[in-house]
Design a binder for this molecule. Structure first.
Ligand code: F6R
Length: 614
């Protein structure tokens, strides 16, 4: 949600920080700011603006005389408003009253009202409505000449989630950062150090990254980091090599990141399966799971926890585990999990599905499951993310950075990983080598199938433009196509702002069919599967209410064409993987509807890429 970038080193800090903040733009934000320490200055220069990074750059240019000279230290922030409107005053960095401390903060401070009252009683004057500003005053109140110790003492008093970076004009070569519940990564380059909430802001400078754990406090100096616990005990953290090159974070000639990422899918599906398929044995090798056959055979129940698109991928996972591994699987909305009293029996395993690996609700579900003694496996895209690290084992998606707010390639790779896991678990139970071989061969064919859907992009665009002015949509499907229908509706509503509902095809007549008329198109996910005939019947029912029908069907399917106004064809694909081509078609459809309506596709209103608050 919010983004942090801090720089200390020989480069020009304002430039490095602005460039880093731009890399975080995709996360969604409403205001931005920097605190810089020009060489030799006694005071921090703080510049904050509402709106886009361009507004901040403009304001910085107006203050050119103040920061045109050399400047080797600074912190910056993009804010996504929680406490207080998106104004310049509420934007970060926040300063202590005497200007001695500047902080940027991601997360929510739950006890901020009590802290603010206490600090105000002692004379602190607040300038914003945010929860974050208390941190600046608190660090200042704890400051006795050592910035690291002051931050450590302050965070001891904070309740809630945070990633923090702090600077002071008294320490011209130092950034102190701390983490509890909100990610902080530290890139250690040649004589320079970047502190950020997201590795995307780091990789253009260095691929050598240290990920902080909860409770860590880092003193970052040019080219060096020193990590300690709140009690000042030294901690050593592994240096991770992050091989995301900058080119992969750029749009690569596409109009939007989302379109680029949709077109990335043949490559992503090749990467996610690479080295993991064993056709001769009809098996898969997922070494990150760190479970041998005996351990896998002992698992008696799976809980799949996730949010949003990842939840819909999890629903497909449930079907896969039941169909191919005979393994009971529940898919649960992560936000519900920790507030219920979930039953975790011996031999229950949790799969935590999260592109970002930072979603607050999924992370809380992981912690609850670990607390209750479950084996937890992360299915994450972002290497070194909190869920991946806390789960300690799992399977990475290798989809590459997903920048567009709407999740696309992560979904396809999540389904592919879940299918590979179903093979792995299945082969320790009732899945035969022959059946496993059939699945593995189908998985190997996914890049070709995805590419074949993308070849039809122009046709999908034409259909999308035809319906772009509709005000409501229904998406329907059965079996594996039910989650695909839910995902199609989610994609459309989040980027086009059109009201769209996903329903099981059979459920329509239990209520929502009352809403259908000639103004409400129905998108039917109806590839050639055993359920198809029944869905065709449901499409007839919609047609009888005059709804225009758009079918996503297997190429050459005359039955689907007969009951539809428009058909988006996908190549033949085994049922267990058919959600992947169907959802790719839905992604393109949603993209072109949103484009035709002139929507800001990569950063839809009110949404953030990584939802790190409850
Ligand atoms: C929809 C979308 C969200 C995310 C959800 C979970 O396009 O992106 O629904 O899927 O916020 O995010 P992760 O997968 O990062 O846990």
């Amino acid at each position: 949600m919010c983004g942090i970038v801090g720089y200390v080193g020989p480069g020009h800090a304002p430039e490095v920080i602005i460039c880093g903040l731009r890399r975080l733009e995709y996360r969604g934000y409403d205001s931005a700011g920097v605190a810089l320490l020009p060489d030799g200055a006694q005071r921090l220069l703080v510049v904050k603006t509402a709106g886009k990074i361009a507004a901040l750059e403009k304001e910085l240019a107006l203050r050119a005389s103040a920061c045109a000279g050399r400047c080797h230290l600074g912190i910056g922030h993009t804010r996504w408003a929680t406490h207080g409107a998106p104004t310049a005053a509420n934007a970060h960095p926040h300063l202590s009253a005497n200007g001695r401390i500047a902080i940027v903060h991601n997360g929510i401070i739950e006890n901020y009202a009590a802290l603010r009252q206490r600090l105000e009683d002692r004379g602190a004057v607040f300038r914003s409505e945010t929860d974050s500003e208390v941190i600046a005053h608190l660090v200042d109140a704890c400051y006795e000449g050592d910035l690291r110790r002051a931050v450590a003492a302050a965070v001891e008093q904070l309740e809630g989630a945070f990633g923090i970076a702090a600077v002071s004009p008294r320490h011209p070569g130092l950034i102190v950062a701390a983490r509890r519940g909100s990610p902080v990564a530290v890139g250690v380059g040649d004589g320079e150090t970047i502190v950020a909430s997201d590795v995307c802001a780091v990789v253009s400078h260095t691929t050598r990254v240290v990920f902080l754990d909860d409770g860590d406090i880092v003193a970052a100096r040019a080219g060096a980091v020193d990590i300690t616990s709140a009690r000042n005990l030294p901690i050593s953290r592994e240096l991770t090599h992050v091989d995301w090159d900058v080119g992969r974070i750029a749009k690569g000639g596409f109009e939007h990141f989302m379109l680029k990422e949709i077109h990335d899918q043949p490559r992503a599906l090749a990467d996610v399966t690479r080295g993991r398929l064993l056709p001769a044995d009809g098996a898969t090798r997922l070494s990150g799971m760190r479970m041998d056959a005996r351990e896998m055979a002992r698992v008696s129940r799976l809980i799949i926890a996730a949010c949003g698109t990842s939840y819909y991928a999890g629903m497909i996972g449930k079907y896969l585990f039941e169909d191919f591994a005979g393994l009971p699987a529940d898919v649960q909305q992560a936000a519900e999990f920790r507030y219920r009293n979930p039953i975790i029996e011996r031999d229950t395993a949790m799969l935590a599905v999260s592109q970002s690996g930072e979603t607050a609700d999924t992370l809380a579900a992981v912690r609850e499951a670990l607390r209750k003694g479950a084996v937890v496996l992360g299915i994450c895209n972002v290497v070194g993310s909190t869920i991946a690290r806390e789960a300690g084992r799992g399977v990475y998606l290798h989809a590459g950075p997903e920048i567009g707010v709407a999740s696309t390639k992560a979904f396809s790779c999540q389904v592919a990983v879940l299918a590979m896991m179903a093979v792995a678990f299945g082969r320790t139970r009732r899945l035969s080598a022959e059946a496993g071989r059939h699945m593995v061969n189908a998985l190997a064919d996914l890049p070709r199938i995805a590419a074949a859907v993308l070849e039809r992009a122009d046709l999908i665009r034409a259909v999308a433009e035809k319906y772009a002015r509709a005000r409501d949509f229904f998406y329907i499907g059965r079996g594996y196509m039910y989650p695909a229908a839910l995902e199609g509706a989610l994609k459309l509503k989040e980027i086009s702002y059109i009201h769209a509902e996903g329903y099981h095809a059979a459920e329509l007549k239990h209520g929502p069919i009352a809403l259908l008329d000639s103004e409400v198109p129905v998108v039917a996910a109806v590839p050639d599967t055993p359920d198809k005939v029944k869905t065709l019947g449901n499409m007839q029912e919609c047609r009888a209410r005059k709804s225009p029908i758009i079918a996503i069907a297997t190429q050459g399917d005359a039955g689907a064409r007969e009951v539809s106004d428009d058909v988006i064809e996908i190549p033949p694909c085994p049922e267990f993987l058919s959600a992947i081509p169907v959802v790719i078609a839905e992604q393109l459809f949603a993209y072109h509807v949103a484009r035709a309506r002139g929507c800001p596709i990569d950063q839809p209103r009110n949404l953030a890429k990584s939802v790190t608050v409850e």
